[in-house]
Design a protein around this ligand. Structure first.
Ligand code: COA
Length: 182
């Protein structure tokens, strides 16, 4: 696959990240279509269903502020990874990363490998010093995946996320360019 970053997951499925193409867009829309597809932590109510398509037409979902790449497992669209710029003062910024896989593909090592590839990609192609990820305290799969990639748990932001009628605590993780990686 041209331009892909290739790695191998624990299941021996080749996992790759590459730009989201026009033919991915229906699968991307389906991935975020509703509560069943988004799973227990990512459903925040209905949103503009055409938002990805509109942004893709503008910039291919790759920009200075916010970007996404497709996660491919055995060449199939498995979900996406994303990163957005967080300004940290007048002369500094870092990336906050995210991930969403197709629910039926969760728990097979793809999320860990995809985030490992994203880390390598961002440190290779951007000058970022810090990568950050945050997730709800009850999302053990994402916390464990981040830890396996080398992210360190920084702490808990209390009442930071409003989802499904409740304010929830969020765990913050980071990985510096200079940190050791497993
Ligand atoms: C979170 C997510 C990216 C993790 O990726 P994944 O491919 O499912 O996870 P992996 O198979 O790589 O597993 C990573 C670790 O989590 C553990 N794990 C997996 N699913 C788990 C679950 N439901 N509960 C607890 N631990 C779990 C695995 O056992 C593994 O740890 P181990 O090697 O010590 O056994 C993926 O599940 C996903 O996209 N979920 C929906 C969206 C989401 O929650 N995104 C993050 C929001 S911030």
């Amino acid at each position: 696959m041209q331009g892909a970053v290739v790695g191998v997951g624990v299941t021996d499925e080749p996992i790759a990240l590459s730009p989201i193409t026009e033919t991915d867009l229906p699968q991307l829309d389906a991935l975020v279509a509703g509560p069943e597809q988004l799973g227990p932590f990512q459903w925040f109510g209905w949103r503009n269903p055409g938002r990805f398509r509109r942004i893709w037409a503008e910039n291919g979902l790759l920009s200075e502020e916010q970007s996404a790449l497709a996660v491919r497992a055995e060449g199939e669209f498995a979900g996406f990874v994303s990163w957005r710029r967080v300004n940290a003062g007048p002369n500094a910024w870092y990336w906050n990363i995210g991930i969403q896989l197709r629910m039926e593909l969760c728990g097979r090592g793809i999320g860990t490998e995809a985030q490992r590839l994203l880390v390598a990609y961002l440190f290779a192609h951007t000058t970022a010093m810090r990568l950050e990820a945050d997730t709800e305290v009850t999302n053990r799969a994402e916390q464990r995946a981040l830890e396996k990639v080398g992210f360190l748990r920084e702490g808990v932001r209390r009442g930071a996320v409003f989802r499904d009628g409740e304010w929830r605590d969020n765990v913050v993780y980071s990985l510096l360019r200079t940190d050791p990686r497993p």
